[in-house]
Design a protein around this ligand. Sequence first.
Ligand SMILES: *Cc1c(COP(=O)(O)O)cnc(C)c1O
Length: 367
Amino acid sequence: MTDKTTNISDKLVREDVLNMVPYQSARREQAGGSCWLNANEAGGNNQLDISLSNLNRYPDFQPQQLINAYAQYAGVENKQVLATRGADEGIEVLIRTFCQSAQDNIIICPPTYGMYAISAKGHAVNVTTVPLTDDLQLDLALLEENKNQTKIVFICSPNNPTGDVINRNDIITTLELFKDSALVVVDEAYIEFCPELSFAKLLNDYPNLVILRTLSKAFALAGLRCGFTLASNEIITMMSKIIAPYPISNPVSAIASQALTQNLNEMQQRVIQTNKLNVEIGEFLKQQTWLEKLFISKTNYILFQANNASTLFNSLIKQGVLIRNQSSQLGLDNCLRVSIGNVNELEQFKSAVNTYNQQQENSTCKT
Ligand SMILES: *Cc1c(COP(=O)(O)O)cnc(C)c1O
């Protein structure tokens, strides 16, 4: 590494990325103007109408309207935001920007979201596992042991698939622990369900803090593929060298911008409704004789442990109700995860569980 490094981003970034000149797209190079003959685009527009004019043009590298809308929504500065194709692309670009293949490490804390390890492996980056403790919190002692051997620590809070948040003080301790040695990524894909617990306000206090966000969950726009990375401008600048030159298409930008401004209220209503159904489904699960454990959920899904997980899971499939089997995750034997859908879907789930219970009862009576 060079010794003229000043900030954590320059210090951690792959040396070849530090010195790399990003792809000079016409759109990135030259803003404004009215006669665009610099990008081999069609001069006339296509026939599409609705709000989708300008499809003959490449989008801005980072559409201004979208960045404004998200920065305002998240309470951060525009230069601290990178729009990506889903939060998954944020994970991918972070690893490709900061980790040298066949050399560097990331830390994951399972049971957790699977894409950190998959993206790392795809880039030949080593994955160090620091499992969550029995109460599903960070193992600070083990994190400290790995302090100087990693480039990025991924923390998911609220955690997928377990559903609870990671203790705030432990994340702060981790940020301090790695402040000179690694980025600490807090994946806030589900933060809309408990917005008061976001780390976004701490961006200016911790230069190694990176936050991942998405429109796929509470905003109900998974099909759109739109997410955001929030971080210091230095980190965003480095990631901008690696991400594709036009990651966000014009229609995506238009739809996402609207969701973040005019339609914010719709998202908030959905969160209120989901949190209410979360309590209801929790009550329903608690009545089940086969329930071993109900996990705390601050999200739009609930994890539970059942003494009959695989038979229950298969019975639900047979009845057309698909939930997720998490039994193969570290420490999650016999655990199933049900998403909190709409009222109708939850009724189907309950009725399928009741049918299963009935069948079990009948078969035990016969024997
Ligand atoms: C769904 C999810 C993502 C990915 O979201 P996209 O924006 O759809 O790519 C990232 N992290 C966690 C924890 C998720 O559950």
